[in-house]
Design a protein around this ligand. Structure first.
Ligand SMILES: Nc1ncnc2c1ncn2[C@@H]1O[C@H](COP(=O)(O)OP(=O)(O)OP(=O)(O)O)[C@@H](O)[C@H]1O
Ligand SMILES: [Mg+2]
Length: 230
């Protein structure tokens, strides 16, 4: 196994990950509404193209791209040239009113084509619950999710899958199964008094499972390793 990693370029985060996420694998990013999942994943993509010349694709199954981009405009990121040349791309594939409804593999093929045609190295899928809405059969969802992640992995792309955790949930993620299908699980914590990030699982990486303080400012997210809110 190679020990190549993709750096996030996010202050404080790479230090928690021995330099970054092991590349070419699948990661779950979990947290309650407003905990910063979209910002974190967008910053990983933006830094990817801006600092490391790695192309990034963000697929939104729910929120329109215009809404996401207008929220991100608050940050002092210079995304325009990358969006213009598509080295950074936001794509809306709405799940509820589409032809994909009966065939998630059709949707997968759209994503795979983008990844292959443009050579995207970082991929974000937002979100798993939105994708899961089309499934009535939980076991089928689990099986297709497994196959989908397996296919995406063949491209060598490093994939971040956003999932959600209600603050009252006992499990870490919405369906409780995704963590077994992924190589790592990052939990975002948010309350009215603090924000935090926790590396719950990261195969092949020595990491602590402490919650580290996280701040969202004009430049986006900053992590303070060793500053534990509790
Ligand atoms: N410019 C900013 N400065 C500080 N905090 C911000 C800024 N922009 C957004 N935030 C904070 O980030 C939160 C939104 O983050 P984000 O959209 O990444 O959450 P999310 O986990 O993706 O939520 P959802 O599950 O609803 O999609 C806001 O609720 C706000 O608290
Ligand atoms: Mg979001």
């Amino acid at each position: 196994m190679t020990d190549e990693r993709i750096a996030t370029g996010i202050n404080g985060l790479d230090a928690l990950l021995e330099g970054g996420f092991p590349s070419g694998r699948n990661y779950m990013i979990s947290g309650s509404a407003g905990s910063g999942k979209t910002i974190l994943c967008s910053q990983i993509l933006y830094n990817g193209v801006y600092k490391f010349s790695e192309k990034g694709l963000y697929v939104s199954f729910e929120e329109p791209v215009e809404d996401i981009l207008s929220d991100l405009n608050r940050f002092d990121w210079k995304t325009a040239p990358y969006l213009a040349d598509q080295s950074l791309k936001y794509m809306h594939l709405p799940m509820l009113k589409t032809e994909y409804e009966d065939n998630v593999f059709q949707l997968l093929s759209v994503i795979m084509k983008e990844v292959k045609d443009h050579g995207y190295q970082r991929l974000v899928l937002d979100s798993l619950p939105a994708l899961g809405l089309v499934y009535k059969d939980y076991n089928l969802m689990r099986k297709e999710l497994y196959l989908m992640l397996h296919e995406i992995r063949k491209t060598g792309c490093t994939t971040f899958i956003i999932t959600e955790k209600a603050s009252t949930d006992l499990g870490h993620t919405r369906f409780g199964v995704e963590d077994f299908l992924a190589h790592g699980l990052v939990l975002l914590h948010a309350s009215h008094t603090y924000r935090g990030i926790e590396i719950r699982k990261m195969r092949g990486t020595a990491h602590s499972t402490d919650v580290n303080r996280m701040r969202i400012g004009d430049g986006g997210i900053t992590i303070y390793p060793g500053d534990h809110p509790y």
